[in-house]
Design a protein around this ligand. Structure first.
Ligand SMILES: Cc1ncc(COP(=O)(O)O)c(C=O)c1O
Length: 431
């Protein structure tokens, strides 16, 4: 056994995972990563949807290195630091309408917590509504608004004042062939949740514009417009959790752009800095002004190196047209996968937006989740040199979320490997 794997066994906490993939990653570039034996893998998971511009993009690395030589940390909230200011200005230019002020943290959960706190301070209200099948982080506050028992188990009871509304997961709803009706039904349910489950003191509704960990669930086109009408009637803020869907991943800079709705607070992380740890939440000035001295801070938040990397990363996403490219390659991949679905009843649904693609595997017409098959496919793909993820509330969704720079040939290679793995693993277990 390799020294690194042995040290993990002895000294790294991993008990919260069934297993860690039995390889040691050594280095990476673009869509490729190499293990310490020199074996190359095609990365179709991007370190959980993070390296959108590709591993070690030369412009991102150069910006980070230049900043490293000047200043690593001096606390970006006690003093003014140029990369923080430049990045905040850039985000104001690309964020949905009117969102011009940003707070920087280190990871997704921290940013969600900050956004929740700000929403309460601004509205003077205290409750939250979130969605079934949602995932917002691993801290106690973010688990409290996470709609998935698989993530919450053994941690309850959670914060009071949180209610959950049905998610527009058309495939498993009563309207698999009429997603817009499913969305209207869910919006009506939100009315009922406000009326029957809350005390009428709701600060914010929080949702992922495309749900990631829940199984790449893409809400129907009309969903957020219907929801926004309800929220506006009740004076409830809309927090869009774009930790996973942001920065070009779904074919637009932010996934909420697909819906023609502006959130009140936009939360981002993962793809913001191409692998450097950074998160953010961005809002309108009048909401940002609800913070008063003493209300918030983060020691490491807005790290200058991460911010310099993030600025370069966003410029790369724009200059290389990566959101549009994600849309094009993603559509191509989903067409190919739907062709494969025709011969493979174990593929229940192929869905996604841009390069945020989920393949939901089922055992029968009752949609029994084929979760062990999904894991076996991931493991078979690893052996074939392709990295993918597995997720979903039932653990039966194979996730393709490669760097947005992936070429047609490369995605073709990943899809062919998937087809072979599917034939090897899933077919014998299917009907
Ligand atoms: C939508 C969403 N929100 C929040 C988080 C939490 O982010 P982090 O793991 O950086 O705390 C995640 C992580 O997967 C996520 O997908």
């Amino acid at each position: 056994m390799s020294d690194t794997i042995q040290k993990y066994k002895d000294h790294v906490m991993t008990g919260f995972l069934k297993s860690v993939a039995p390889i040691v990653i050594d280095h990476a570039s673009g869509t490729a990563v190499w293990d310490d034996q020199g074996r190359e893998y095609l990365d179709c998971f991007s370190g959980i949807s993070v390296v959108n511009a590709g591993h070690n993009h030369p412009r991102v690395i150069a910006a980070a290195k230049a900043q490293l030589d000047k200043l690593v940390h001096c606390s970006s909230y006690l003093y003014h630091v140029k990369p923080v200011a430049d990045l905040a200005e850039k985000i104001a230019q690309i964020a949905p309408h009117g969102l011009t002020k940003t707070f920087f943290g280190n990871g997704g959960a921290e940013a969600i917590e900050g956004a929740m706190k700000l929403a309460r301070l601004y509205t003077g209200k205290h409750e939250f509504i979130s969605l079934h099948a949602s995932f917002h982080g691993r801290s106690w506050g973010t688990l409290s608004i996470t709609g998935n028992q698989g993530r919450k188990k053994r941690g309850g009871p959670y914060a009071p004042g949180v209610s959950f509304a049905p998610v527009p997961y058309a495939y498993r709803s009563l309207w698999p062939n009429d997603p817009e009706q499913c969305a209207r039904h869910c919006a009506k349910c939100l009315e009922d949740v406000i009326r029957f489950e809350t005390s009428g003191d709701v600060a914010a509704f929080i949702a992922e514009p495309v749900l990631g960990e829940g199984g790449i669930i893409v809400p129907p086109k009309n969903y957020f417009r219907e929801i926004k009408k309800v929220l506006d009637q009740h004076g409830i803020l809309f927090i869009a959790d774009e930790v996973q869907s942001g920065f070009g991943r779904t074919g637009k800079m932010f996934a909420i752009e697909h819906y023609g709705v502006d959130p009140d607070i936009l939360v981002t992380a993962k793809g913001i800095a191409d692998g450097f740890p950074l998160s953010a939440f961005t809002t309108r000035p009048e909401i940002a002004d609800a913070y008063k001295p003493g209300d918030h801070l983060s020691t490491f938040g807005g790290n200058p190196v991460s911010c310099a990397a993030a600025l370069a990363n966003i410029e790369v996403l724009q200059d290389e047209n990566l959101p549009a490219r994600a849309a094009e390659i993603g559509d191509y991949a989903m067409r190919k996968l739907r062709e494969l679905q025709k011969q493979n009843p174990v593929i229940g649904e192929v869905r996604g937006a841009g390069l945020m693609i989920g393949i939901e595997l089922v055992r029968d017409e009752k949609l029994t989740p084929a979760n062990s098959e999904a894991e076996a496919i991931r493991d078979a793909l690893l052996k074939r040199g392709v990295l993918v993820g597995v997720g979903g509330v039932y653990g039966n969704v194979v996730r393709f979320q490669p760097p947005l720079i992936i070429s047609k040939q490369q995605i073709e290679h990943g899809l062919n490997a998937f087809a072979t793995a599917l034939a090897e693993v899933a077919q014998p277990a299917a009907v």
